[in-house]
Design a protein around this ligand. Structure first.
Ligand code: NDP
Length: 242
């Protein structure tokens, strides 16, 4: 399947993994709407995308955990298709559960889990009507393996896996595919400073962190393969096998 002319919404598209996915999809001829909270980084990001069709890429600045932002995006795009929805917006957990503040934990769940739920909730009906669509949710290796200081992050990411697997049952017969990526440690702002002495790399069978472009390649596979459905795909340099 070609992505030429496909219309994509990519949350977390202003940086890191989401931006790499947007760059790859745009290079394949897709038209991307990027969602993030920071207007400046969205503008820089959208300007870096190739334009291979007459449609213009677009940006939406809102907090994915706030349902109103999704309502507006849905209403503004009611006359357009949504062929691919990538839910990549996410934030890390910065402390142990016992030390974390309640607002921080709440924000973690709202952003990572509710942000993904709202994205699916608002665009799945359109895809079902089109009888075609593809959802790619970005979870994490920690969803299945856990991690010190990542309890609620891991819980939010495990929720995304569960969401996607059930959604796959609900929408498959309507021509809509739903898949989930489980990246390991990937070099982005989120992992900045985590591998200073190579200690993290030493734990990974491939001996290094992954690149956002390598996760984007997996997203492209899921977008293009018309029988890829309900996949839970690890991209982690072998870490999940340890
Ligand atoms: P980055 O920190 O590089 O980028 C995060 C992106 O999410 C930015 O575009 C950011 O934009 C956006 N974002 C964050 N919070 C919100 C919000 N409330 N509303 C809207 N947009 C938001 O992270 P990564 O690219 O590394 O991570 C992307 C996804 O991949 C996340 O879901 C993360 O959990 C997951 N992941 C990352 C791994 C890694 O090692 N890097 C490993 C496994 C999973 P802005 O700040 O402008 O709002």
């Amino acid at each position: 399947m070609s992505l030429a002319g496909k219309q994509c919404i990519i949350s977390g598209g202003s940086r890191g993994i989401g931006l790499s996915i947007a760059r790859l999809f745009a290079a394949e001829g897709a038209w991307c709407t990027l969602v993030g909270r920071n207007r400046e980084s969205l503008v820089t990001a959208v300007e870096s995308l190739e334009r291979k069709n007459p449609l213009q890429h677009d940006t939406y600045c809102f907090d994915v955990g706030n349902v109103n932002g999704w309502e507006k995006l849905k209403s503004d795009t009611k006359n357009q298709r949504c062929d691919i929805l990538v839910n990549a917006a996410g934030i890390p957990q910065n402390s142990f559960l016992f030390a974390a503040s309640i607002p921080d934990l709440d924000n973690l769940v709202q952003t990572n889990l509710m942000g993904t739920i709202w994205g699916c909730k608002h665009f799945v009906p359109k895809m079902m009507k089109q009888k075609e669509g593809c959802i790619i949710n970005v979870s994490s290796l920690l969803a299945t393996h856990g991690g010190r200081g990542a309890s609620v992050y891991a819980a939010s990411k495990a929720g995304i896996v569960a969401l996607t697997r059930s959604l796959a049952w609900e929408v498959g017969r309507f021509g809509v595919r739903a898949n989930v990526l489980l990246p390991g440690y990937i070099q982005t702002d989120m992992t900045e400073g985590m591998d200073k002495n190579g200690e993290l790399s030493a734990l990974i069978p491939m001996g290094r962190l992954g690149l956002a472009e390598e996760v984007a390649d997996a997203a492209l596979f899921l977008a293009k393969n018309s029988y890829a459905h309900n996949c839970v795909l690890n991209i982690d340099g072998g870490l999940s096998a340890t």
